[in-house]
Design a protein around this ligand. Sequence first.
Ligand code: GLU
Length: 304
Amino acid sequence: MDYQGILNIIEKQLEYTKTKGNVANYIPELAKVNPNHLGMFLKCTNGDEFYFGDYQVNFSIQSISKVYTLALAKEIIGDDLWKRVGVEPSGNPFNSLTQLESENGIPRNPFINAGSIVIADCLLSTLENPKADLLRFVRKIADDNQIEYDNKVAFSEKKHGYRNVALINYMKSLDNIDNDPEDVLDFYYDQCSLSMNCKQLAKSFILFANEGKLLNNQDRVFNTQSVKRINAIMQTCGFYDEAGEFSYRVGLPGKSGVGGGIVALHPKHYSVAVWSPPLNKKGNSELGMKALEELTSLTGLSIF
Ligand code: GLU
């Protein structure tokens, strides 16, 4: 497959595509990003790499981090995790309060804010040093020790995170949060602030395409059943209330974040990350979705 040729075509197409989207501004620090950034990086399970544009420029990965924390929590807690969070698509915005009320404080899935906050609570209860342990884990699976948190972004979100405060207090009142809400949110804001580029993201997700094994030494990090489950949740819940649309247009499991990044993977073939900050109305990178739709159209390959 001529992946580089296909990425070159995608780059040309996107250069001429005008976006109607806007950069996320509800976290003031994110509003400062240059909307014209565009980068893509594809990593194959045989080690080959293909890329264009700003693939080495760091950005705030935001909700993409929810996959890392879910994978860690699933590994530590096992199936008991599903007593506190579901696996159904929400069909609601990522920060919705209404559904939580009708479902007694059990979030629909681990990729909406409420669900990821529950996961953060679980990790706070089980990891010795959650912030350092999470960073060590991400660096290990990305095979890159340069990855860091962005304290400015975390602080900016903490200052304006009123809705997350509402979500966590509501869940605490229904006994679905064990730790102090402020400590849980601090950890949650740290995880969302991870600053990474497309290359690091694609490298960190290759194990989900490689049956749970690292690429550099084939060490197993997750068993195949965990990988199956996490990929399934990405497929059904990875794109806010646009997961159906992403599945329909792209046909790969993946996860987006309000920083404009999207990571997706084709099991046994590749992982791919794309970054373009302007978001569509549902909060997904407008050009990012288009890039991935072109990728699966031009290669003629998707999971379906
Ligand atoms: N930290 C963001 C929030 O809680 C994550 C949003 C996202 O990327 O979906 O609002």
